[in-house]
Design a protein around this ligand. Structure first.
Ligand code: NAP
Length: 266
C-alpha cells in the first residue's frame, strides 16, 4: 500500500468537493488522508451528514500538511482560498491541484516560482472536464481551416463571471491558429447593445445564463456552404471527476506548474 497517493481535499462539503471525496475514496491507489474545511476542526468527515470517510477535518492547512504529510492537495473552494492553500501546500512539500480560477497574474507567477524552487508539480485546472478540453483542442484544429467562428457558452444562473473561463480559453486557443479578423458585415450595427456578443480579436462570444443549465459550450465555424459545430455539455459535476483523477496522477510526475488540463493530455 506504500504506493498509494495520499490526497487531502479542501472544500469537501461543496458540490465539487463531495464528488471529489467519492472519487478519491473509490479509486484504487488513492487514499483520502484528511480534508480542509473552515468548520468542524478535528472532527471526522463521517461526523457530517452524507459522508462515511474517517478522514480528519482540519481548519488550518499548515497543521493539516505538517501532520498528515499528504502527496497532493485538491482544492475546490474559492479563488482567494485556492491561492492561499496552493501556496501553503508548496511551502510544506505538497503538490497542489487547484480547480478554482480567477488568480491574478502576480499570484500565478508566484505559484510558478514556488513550484519550480521546490521541484513540486502544481496543476491549475480551470476546467477538469476532459470532453471540454477536447472541445477546445478540436476547435483550435478547426480554426486552421475556418476563420469565421462564434462561441456560445451556457451556464447556470449562479455563475458570476461572463464569459466563462472555458469560453475565453477557447477564444485564445483559436486566436493562436488564425489571423485576426473582423467578422460579420463591415457595416453591421447593433440596435440592441450587446446583441453581437463580446469581441475577442473578432471572435464573437455569447454568454447564456439560465436555471437548469450546468456548463455547456458550442463553437460554431461557418464556411462556404457549410457549418461545423463542436459542442460539449457537462450535465452534472461527475463530468469533472475523470479530469480530477488524471490531475492527481499527473501532478505526481511534474516538477513545475502547469496551467490547464489541455497541457497534460496528448
Ligand atoms: P460550492 O458548492 O460553493 O463549494 C465550495 C466549498 O468551499 C464550500 O463547501 C465552502 O464552504 C468551501 N470553502 C470556502 N472557503 C473555504 C475556506 N476558506 N476553507 C475551506 N473551505 C472553504 O462550490 P462548487 O460548485 O463545489 O465549486 C467549488 C469551486 O470549484 C469553485 O471555485 C468553482 O468555480 C470551481 N469549479 C471548478 C470546476 C473545474 O472544472 N475546474 C468545475 C466546477 C466548479 P462553506 O459552505 O462554509 O462556504
Amino acid at each position: 500500500m506504500t504506493n498509494e497517493i495520499s490526497v487531502v481535499i479542501a472544500g469537501p462539503r461543496g458540490k465539487m468537493g463531495r464528488e471529489a471525496v467519492k472519487l478519491v475514496e473509490q479509486t484504487e491507489g488513492m487514499k483520502l488522508s484528511a480534508v480542509i474545511d473552515r468548520q468542524y476542526n478535528h472532527n471526522q468527515l463521517s461526523d457530517l451528514e452524507g459522508f462515511n470517510s474517517d478522514a480528519v477535518i482540519y481548519t488550518s492547512p499548515e497543521e493539516c500538511f505538517t501532520t498528515v504529510k499528504p502527496d497532493v492537495l485538491v482544492d475546490l473552494t474559492t479563488p482567494e482560498t485556492g491561492y492561499l492553500h496552493a501556496k501553503t501546500a508548496l511551502l510544506n512539500g505538497v503538490r497542489p491541484v487547484i480547480g478554482t480560477t480567477g488568480f491574478t497574474q502576480t499570484e500565478l507567477e508566484e505559484l510558478k516560482e514556488l513550484s519550480k524552487e521546490n521541484q513540486l508539480g502544481t496543476i491549475i485546472a480551470p476546467n477538469f472536464a476532459i470532453g471540454a478540453i477536447l472541445m477546445m483542442k478540436f476547435s483550435q484544429m478547426a480554426a486552421k481551416y475556418f476563420e469565421d467562428v462564434e462561441i456560445i457558452e451556457m451556464h447556470h444562473d449562479q455563475k458570476l463571471d461572463a464569459p466563462s473561463g472555458t469560453g475565453l480559453k477557447t477564444a485564445e486557443m483559436i486566436k493562436e491558429q488564425r489571423a485576426s479578423k473582423q467578422q460579420g458585415h463591415p457595416d453591421e450595427k447593433e440596435t440592441v447593445t450587446g446583441s453581437r456578443g463580446g469581441d475577442i480579436d473578432g471572435i464573437r462570444i455569447h454568454s447564456v445564463r439560465l436555471p437548469g443549465l450546468v456548463a455547456h459550450q458550442q463553437v460554431m465555424f461557418g464556411g462556404e456552404g457549410q457549418l461545423l459545430t463542436i459542442k460539449h455539455d457537462s450535465h452534472d459535476r461527475g463530468s469533472f471527476m475523470s479530469g480530477v483523477k488524471l490531475c492527481i496522477h499527473s501532478v505526481m510526475n511534474l516538477q513545475e506548474l502547469v496551467y490547464g488540463v489541455e497541457n497534460i493530455i496528448d
